[in-house]
Design a protein around this ligand. Structure first.
Ligand code: 13P
Ligand code: 13P
Ligand code: MG
Ligand code: MG
Ligand code: MG
Length: 366
């Protein structure tokens, strides 16, 4: 059976700052989705990561389906009204446009979708991050799909020997989607040259070169491109199929033990360690640190299995401690140097006015 996975996430308001959504918001999203269950889509699940709510739907309508997108948009809209009534902070924050126009892309919510022929067993992972941008997945995806130091399947599993194809997007381009396709291992250094700049180049999708099948797809929304100013961080989601001709679940997870520094954290303007957290975690220290959750599922004829929380394990308690130490270490230098993002990222915020005012006060001395 051909099935489509659609994951859509949005920040529609949260308690006490940018911490987490209220239970009534989640209930409202669920109430709004429920009538469509079994008719417009086959199954769905809800979760939150920090202040972002993720909807996962399974259906047979393919990607970019107006009905599916509209259902998600309406659910977020309805819940944003509840957030307004409750006086939650940033009510409707990621709903940047008033009207739905057939596709949720470009309206604010992040979206990751893939359509495929279900395998006999179809295991996959849903990642959701908060207080960071889509480039946060660059390094974990590079290591899991390209590097035999992390992905032993590249050496041990014949149906992975040919490697993977990466689609990488230049998210600085705003007139449409500017995408390049590069293959690993032949073009490894080109892939690395782009992914090293995660604010600009972002992994959009990964494909198996053995079967041609889609392996991973990430949301690539840059909110400041839509709004023209800082309106919160993008907080990306990612779908990854695992096992068989794809990396094993544990190979996809391993790079997160590296705890890479990513853009985001307080006011979306800093660098912070990406902490792997349990499902439905909030943020805290300095509005962070940047967090990522991972829920594992199997899907059969569009029906989702119960979920397994991939980062709910004693191993990741230890990694979270490392992340806390890395966060404290970098925060010690406050605004200075690498602790904050470069000007190109900050120019969507208020610092522009401050620097412009100062520019007029400089004098040239010869
Ligand atoms: P199991 O024997 O537990 O199925 O493990 C197989 C495997 O390949 C793990 O990566
Ligand atoms: P969010 O994008 O998660 O709302 O973060 C906004 C922010 O500025 C946190 O300090
Ligand atoms: Mg928020
Ligand atoms: Mg958020
Ligand atoms: Mg955000």
């Amino acid at each position: 059976m051909r099935v489509t996975l659609t994951a859509i996430k949005a920040d529609i308001g949260s308690i006490g700052g940018h911490i987490r959504p209220s239970v009534s918001l989640l209930k409202e999203v669920e109430r709004s989705l429920q009538p469509h269950l079994g008719s417009d889509f086959i199954d769905f699940r809800l979760s939150y990561t920090g202040d972002d709510i993720a909807i996962l739907m399974t259906h047979t309508h393919g990607t970019d389906n107006p009905l599916i997108h509209q259902i998600a948009w309406d659910a977020f809209k309805a819940a944003a009204d509840v957030a307004k009534k409750e006086g939650l902070y940033g009510a409707g924050q990621d709903l940047l446009k008033d009207a739905f126009s057939g596709n949720i892309r470009g309206l604010g919510p992040g979206i990751a979708e893939m359509e495929f022929e279900e395998r006999k067993s179809e295991p996959f992972l849903l990642f959701a991050a908060d207080k960071t941008d889509p480039g946060a997945y660059n390094l974990p995806l590079y290591l899991a799909f390209c590097d035999p130091m992390y992905c032993s399947g590249l050496l041990l599993s014949p149906n992975m020997f040919k490697g993977f194809k990466f689609e990488i997007m230049d998210v600085s381009y705003t007139e449409g989607d500017k995408v390049i396709a590069l293959v690993a291992p032949e073009e490894l250094y080109d892939i690395a040259a782009l992914l090293r700049d995660p604010e600009r180049y972002v992994v959009k999708a990964v494909y198996s070169r053995t079967t041609g099948e889609i392996a991973a797809v990430a949301s690539t929304t840059r909110l400041h491109n839509i709004a023209g100013k800082y309106v919160g961080k993008d907080d990306p989601i990612l779908l990854v199929r695992v096992q068989g001709s794809f990396p094993a679940t544990g190979e996809i997870l391993e790079p997160y033990a590296l705890v890479p520094y990513v853009g985001g954290f307080m006011r979306g303007s800093h660098q912070g360690p990406l902490m792997s957290v349990k499902r439905n975690s909030s943020v805290s220290f300095f509005d962070g640190p940047p967090i990522v959750s991972c829920t594992a599922y199997c899907v059969k004829e569009g029906k989702l299995s119960e979920e397994a929380d991939a980062f709910d394990h004693p191993f990741w308690d230890y990694v979270r401690e490392i992340a806390s130490k890395k966060a404290i270490e970098l925060r010690r230098q406050g605004f200075y140097g690498n602790a904050m993002l470069p000007y190109g990222e900050l120019e969507y915020g208020g610092i522009v006015e401050r620097l412009q005012a100062l520019e007029g006060k400089f004098e040239i001395r010869h």
